[in-house]
Ligand binder design. Sequence first.
Ligand code: ZN
Length: 133
Amino acid sequence: MGEIYSCCENPQITYLAPVNINIDERTIGSVDVWRCAACKKKFCEEKQLGIDSITDIVGMPRIEGGEKWGVIVSQLQKGKDKWKLVRLKQNGIIKYETADEKILDLKIEDYKIIDDYHTSFLVEDHLNKAVEI
Ligand SMILES: [Zn+2]
């Protein structure tokens, strides 16, 4: 069992909101967003519709300072493989693993993916909403 991650000395984590992921107005998955009332950090979990959580993380998933939760949308994939929850830095490169296990280097500018075949949005901008991908 791995080390349990704590966001701060006295975590008070409560459920904040979902973000639904839609294709053709049908919800195919969601991101559950949790927040620590003490340090205000947010934590996200990817849920694919009809699939039990596949995360094997103990406690809350870690996010580093300066990173934001985002969703990458691939124009090259369909259905559940079309989106993925990620941690976006403000600028730089993200190693993105595709559904067929290729690793792509995607460029990030101001927390947004800049690429011909991939787009992204920030989870925090869509709380309690559905996003059509
Ligand atoms: Zn905290």
